[in-house]
Design a protein around this ligand. Structure first.
Ligand SMILES: [Ca+2]
Length: 176
């Protein structure tokens, strides 16, 4: 049964979901974002951090636009497979969830989330998303995952480019 999970972050926002998997993701996002920094202490540690990308041909859609906490701004890649966006967290820390907010018309058909504990890698794939929603994806990471850097590596774009409004990385609070 299709489910729309609605939750609030700042002024408002929404995950629209269809099917069991998406429902679960939507409810997870709703729970986490509704409670972040208030109940469980989770924090979006990617916000405002240094980022770079494999390409950014549009000067109005540079990588930093994917971590500026503004859903109206976005990073856009060149039209190709294997384009990536990475964010440096500044230090190694536990991470338990990544949220990818796609521009719905410019999502990837599939992608991977990779982490590295050092500035130069090596990279470890911690999630492979083969059937993304094309909207907002909430990706639970394996227990015990740590990262100094987090990278999204896109597969083939659904349309021309990969366009990401926000890449969010959540670290559990000190109490977890
Ligand atoms: Ca943005």
């Amino acid at each position: 049964m299709p489910v729309n999970a609605t939750f609030f972050k700042g002024t408002q926002y929404v995950v629209r979901s269809e099917g069991d998997r998406d429902r679960d993701l939507g409810l997870l996002v709703a729970k986490r974002l509704a409670t972040q920094a208030f109940v469980d202490g989770s924090v979006n540690v990617a916000a405002g951090r240094p980022v770079n990308a494999s390409s950014a041909p549009d000067q109005t859609r540079l990588p930093a636009k994917a971590v500026d906490r503004d859903w109206s701004t976005e990073w856009r890649s060149r039209p190709a497979s294997g384009e990536w966006l990475r964010v440096g967290l500044g230090e190694v820390m536990p991470v338990d969830m990544v949220v990818v907010r796609w521009n719905p018309s410019q999502a990837a058909r599939s992608y991977q989330i990779q982490v590295a504990d050092a500035a130069s890698g090596p990279w470890t794939t911690v999630a492979t998303v083969s059937d993304p929603t094309g909207r907002d994806d909430a990706i639970d990471l394996p227990a015990g995952t740590t990262a100094r850097q987090v990278r999204l590596v896109g597969g083939q774009p659904r349309a021309n480019n990969l366009t990401i409004r926000e890449l969010e990385v959540y670290s559990p609070g000190d109490d977890t």
